[in-house]
Design a protein around this ligand. Structure first.
Ligand SMILES: [Fe+2]
Ligand SMILES: [Fe+2]
Length: 188
């Protein structure tokens, strides 16, 4: 996992909001890259961050929000739907030439969708979840999110929005138990 993904905070909502800002910065980098090579590099970093970020939300944060937040099921189902659509957009971008005008046009649409999704998460889900959790919980969930990000696939997999499946496809069996413990503790 690149160093830029590692942040130290004891509040899961702050952690995720910081990552949203990092995602926005990486979009800027992809757009402003002066060579195709630099654009490719920034895009790969963006894609990896998005993949691990969304996986951690799907494993740790959304299940907890379902339980804690009023109308949690409705809110989380809408977020999962957006995440699935984003993964499909990302798969399409992956098959394109980063030096082409079409790539930039698609990337602009993708950024809009990702930023809208992040804002809805922050306002409709995370802020409400924050009000329901105490400091210990918020800290436990940072650890669980970090553990999930460490074992998450770094490429998007549309259709594996369920936590169970993400566990099943994780490549590092030895890390899974520890991650599962941390995540299990955060979900209780
Ligand atoms: Fe998300
Ligand atoms: Fe997010």
């Amino acid at each position: 996992m690149p160093d830029t993904f590692v942040q130290s905070t004891d509040d899961v909502v702050k952690f995720l909001k910081d990552q949203h800002n990092l995602i926005k910065d990486l979009f800027e980098e992809v757009f402003s890259a002066s060579t195709a090579k630099a654009r490719e590099k920034a895009f790969v970093e963006l894609r990896q961050l998005l993949a691990v970020h969304e996986t951690a939300e799907e494993m740790v944060v959304h299940p907890r929000a379902r339980r804690e937040v009023a109308e949690g099921d409705e809110i989380v189902d809408a977020r999962l739907h957006e995440e699935h659509a984003a993964k499909e957009q990302l798969s399409k971008l992956e098959s394109m030439d980063v030096g082409s005008d079409e790539f930039i046009t698609e990337l602009a649409k993708f950024r809009e969708a990702v930023v809208d999704h992040a804002e809805r998460e922050e306002h409709e889900e995370f802020d409400k979840l924050h009000r329901k959790l105490d400091a210990d919980d918020l800290e436990r969930m940072v650890k669980a999110v970090q553990a999930a990000e460490a074992i998450a696939p770094t490429r998007p997999h549309p259709g594996v929005e369920s936590a169970g499946l993400n566990f099943a496809v994780g490549p590092f069996a030895s890390m899974l138990d520890r991650a599962r413990d941390l995540i299990g503790a955060a979900l209780r």
